[in-house]
Design a binder for this molecule. Structure first.
Ligand code: HSE
Length: 310
């Protein structure tokens, strides 16, 4: 069942969840930025984190890391008892809203998959990666793990049973601005009201449908009109000082859309060209400076590539 290899290395890209109108169901993959996991076969049955290369200090405790927890689960289910050591390289800052917990879990699973004679399907990878998301945020949502595995833009129609639809990948640039603030996903979820007003439900459904149509017809005008969140963003905006002014700055600078990346605190904006993306990024950074907030930033095309073995 397991191949006669000793190690595998996999890369999993950063992702941005929600995509404004698809809370918990839409997400997209970025290029180049991501996490890398090396999985090394052991013989003592242990799942051990050997090392984590990261700008932030992270514990080497297997039960607290999304990469090791998913390997524990998949090994237990498939009765693979050799054990593995994990070496994790974090390219994604923790709490940056770029799917760092998902990327570590997915990279570990894709590396694990390379050991199998009969590899797991993408749906199975999503199933196991969700255990990592549950550990990280207290809930199972596939809006980061799905684009991380499939690449491009994904729609999670259901997680039980797993039903992921890969949507057309628009040729757009994404600007991610990470303000140096801490907003835990658990907390950003905890403040959300359990009910949605009928009027907002209708507007959000119309925008989600408009966005789907825009992806299939490559209608940038429709995409721009549709990327407007009337349900989640208004409830979370207060978590980031300067959220609305910075959003306005981005839109005035020519962004097609701008909102939270995942549960924040990072914001993302979309543009048609790299030049516009740089202009928008510079203005958003300046905007946050006016609120005394430092930022990191990234510019990347929406990428059609998901996690892969290196
Ligand atoms: N969809 C989630 C949220 C973020 O907005 O809470 C995914 O990590």
């Amino acid at each position: 069942m397991i191949k006669n290899i000793t190690q595998a290395i996999a890369f999993a890209p950063a992702t941005s969840a929600n995509m404004i109108v698809g809370f918990d169901i839409l997400g997209f993959a970025l290029n180049d930025v991501g996490d890398e996991v090396t999985l090394i076969k052991r013989s003592d049955g242990q799942i051990v984190i050997d090392s984590i290369e990261s700008e932030q200090e992270l514990p080497l405790i297997s039960s607290k890391n999304t990469a090791s927890i998913v390997i524990q689960k998949v090994c237990a289910d498939f009765r693979i008892d050799c054990g593995f050591s994990l070496r994790i390289k974090k390219g994604i800052a923790i709490g940056s809203g770029m799917g760092g917990s998902a990327a570590s879990a997915v990279a570990a699973l894709v590396a694990f998959n390379h050991f199998l004679e009969v590899p797991l399907s993408n749906e199975q990878l999503v199933h196991y990666a969700l255990f990592g998301e549950e550990l990280a945020s207290g809930g199972k949502h596939a809006d980061n793990v799905a684009p991380c595995i499939y690449g491009g833009v994904t729609l999670t129609r259901s997680i039980d049973p797993i039903d992921i639809i890969k949507l057309p990948t628009p040729e757009l640039q994404c600007i991610v601005i990470h303000p140096h603030l801490v907003v835990e996903t658990k907390a950003a979820r905890g403040i959300l009201k359990p009910d949605v007003a009928m009027k907002n439900y209708v507007m959000q459904s119309a925008n989600l449908a408009g966005f789907m149509a825009a992806l299939y017809t490559k209608d940038i005008g429709l995409l721009k009109r549709s990327l407007n969140d009337v349900v989640i963003e208004p409830q979370r905006a207060h978590l980031v000082p300067g959220f609305y002014p910075v959003k306005e700055i981005a839109l005035n600078a020519g962004a097609l859309a701008c909102s939270f990346s995942g549960s924040g605190p990072s914001m993302f904006a979309l543009s048609e060209t790299v030049r516009e993306a740089h202009e928008i990024a510079a203005k958003m950074i300046e905007g946050f400076e006016q609120f005394g907030i430092k930022t990191d930033w990234w510019i990347s095309p929406i990428s059609n590539n998901g996690a892969h073995v290196k």
